[in-house]
Unconditional design. Sequence first.
Length: 488
Amino acid sequence: MSPNPTQTALTASDRERISELIAEWQLLADLSFADLILWVPKRVNYQSWPEGHIAIAHIRPTTAATVFTHDVIGKELHWGDNPRIDQALSQGEIVRDSPPEIVGDLLIKEETVPVLFDGRIIAVISRHRDAVQMRSASRLEINYREIAHSIYRMISEGNFPIQNSIYRAESAPRVGDGLIRLSRHGFITYASPNARSAFSRLGWKAELENHILGDIIDSLSQKSSAPTEESWQVIVSGEQLRRTDFENEMGIVDILVMPLTQGSERIGAIVLVHNVTELRRRDQELVTKDATIREIHHRVKNNLQTVSALLRLQSRRVEDPIASAALAEAVRRVASIAIVHETLSTNSAESVLFDEVYDRIVHNAIELSTRPIQLSKEGTFGIFGAQIATPLALVITELIHNALEHGLAEAGDSLRVEIARESGKCEITIIDNGQGLPSDFEWETFSNLGLQIVRTLTENELKGSISLRTDGSGTRATLVFPLPVSPT
């Protein structure tokens, strides 16, 4: 929820900073085993005394039970309602030493952290956690909380979130995936069970603690064929925020290195690791599958072009004009299908931008015409899947050629195509200025093969309908078919 701009003194850069902080929200909550609420002071400007605070963000931990069963976003406090939030804002200091309070059935301890940015306190984080659980903390919980304290201190000093982040928080490794804590010299002082499992998958069988992380990865990289521009001692030293993958023949790990500072001094780092072996290999399989599908479309296109060429050669040897014309129509139909497969062979998805297919169809049709034609188009086809694109290409080919061969007038030939694509359906109308349909036209009795193909493909493949009528100035063919519903 965004606060009303008239309620706060936040500038555009303040809001951007808060958005960056919220992007790191889950990391902070998981390390703290706590619910976090972000409060923004209600005031006209930074020179005026705040009237109170408004909650604009709330996150629950994935490492512990939540304290609040309902979101508190939008809740407002008057100045004095919560002295700890007031103190963090006014004094710019983290407030920890406060007695626990009963919230529902839980004994909750609250701590508050000022958010410093550009020399001003722009917000306050309140951290709420179970005081009873804190009394029997495991080694993992103790390390996580110590790391959390370091990051909250960085927030109060204006050094977190780290500027120029090189990763998207929603896709980065999480605390639960695996965490390694480094000293300022790169030694591992703690590794979570999931972090140990990730490195065990890579081939490291010894303990991780008391080793230099860069040395461990260097030893594992001897089983890797992928060289790096920098040494792993530099990459995972903790001196800079880094995001990279490490891969050897045994597995792949996503690594995020985040330095921890106190003032201007670096005091260590945390490394989040996520075993992404199956995910990356699945991605590689999808890439391979995609390339295979495109190659299949390419070969189908080549085979169709070969068939088209053979039919064209055969038509030249046939003396019967009716047989020759039939072969020429077959060449045209095969070529239309080939155009769709050619488009699919250059596309990374199983869909085509049909306007490109249409342009090719029209270009081929006009080349075969013996007289100039005024062609116009209104609207766009957009993208269609292969199951629609192939029969639609044939239908439009037949309708256009039928207009060119039978429908146009001797002078002032014109052909107009109108496309209306709406939610759930597509309507295509092809209009010529010719003499119109025979007075006794009936689909069932009309012997034109091209129109019979149009009707069959429309009803069976496109699951739509086709209508032909004479409106006094030519023939109007209207094609309507449903569009698949996009997944939400």
